[in-house]
Structures are given as C-alpha cells and as structure tokens.
Ligand binder design. Sequence first.
Ligand SMILES: [Fe+2]
Ligand SMILES: [Fe+2]
Length: 181
Amino acid sequence: MTENMKNEFDFLIKDILEDEHFLATKKDLHHGTSKYEHCLRVSKLSYKLSKIFKADSKVSARAGLLHDFFFGTRKEKPENSYLRHPVTAADNAKKYFNVSDIEAEAIKTHMFHQVVLKKLFPFINYQEKASIKEFKPKSKEGWIICASDLIVSVVECERFQFSYVANVALLLLFNIILFKN
Ligand SMILES: [Fe+2]
Ligand SMILES: [Fe+2]
C-alpha cells in the first residue's frame, strides 16, 4: 500500500478500531487467530481490491472490518452459527456503527461461498438453511468482501492444511454415501 492509501485506509476505519465493542472481538478465537485480526486482514484486502476494481473504498473497508462482528464463537449461540452469523454481524454493524444499507448487505452476504458449497454438498452443516437468492452479494463491494474473506480464511487455515484436506475428503465421502440417490 502507498502512504496515501495507508492514510486513507486508517482514516476510514479509525472510529471502529477504537470502539470498545469492536475491541471485544480481540478475545474471540477465529481460524486460529483473533477475530479482530481476521477482520482487519479482510478489511485491508477488501480496501486494496476496491482500488483495483473501482469499487467504493469506504464501503469495502468498513463492511470488510465488520463482516464477522458478532460476540463469542460460532458455536456458542444459534445466531452465531456458520451460516447465520453474517445476519448477526450486519445487525450489530447497524446497531453500533449505523452502517449504510449497502454496507449491511455486503456483510450479510459474505458467506456466499459457503452457501454455494452447502448446496453442492448438502452434508455440510445439514441442520442449517440458507438460500442462494438471499445470500448472493448484491453489489461489487459485496463480491469483494466475500472473495477477501475466502482468501484470508484459506491463508489463515494454511497451518492446519493437512487436517483441512482430510476433513474435506471425509465430508465428500460422507456426502457421496448419504446422498447418492
Ligand atoms: Fe464470517
Ligand atoms: Fe470472516
């Protein structure tokens, strides 16, 4: 990032980074790192991609930062679950930071990659329901945040690569056995 971009990025997210509610995400573990660090990485990448794809940098940086803004882990409460936490994060972003509709929508659709995966392999999180129509990104910024989250998550999970690959292989196997008809 150039010095100008770094300054602009810092300016766009400063109020969120200093907020006590957002600072609480430092306590939550996410992909083997803190949720705070994960969200900051997604925000930075979204901001950079917004410059490349001529999207709104403010929306990309702020929605990227708030995309996982929920309290506790995904297993603690039903509203924090694998496919529902984007709705919770969007509601929290509205409540604490009064984000715009386009920012809230980009937060809500950031797990679209997992919704598609679930449609392809129904065994994954079979208890959860999520519609393609509802969770498909509706803006360029929404697609950017979805892609950034996927890229950052894969990089963060790299050190768990062997178990990650083994888990995916097992899921595929179960999926074939259970849904072959
Ligand atoms: Fe997420
Ligand atoms: Fe995330």
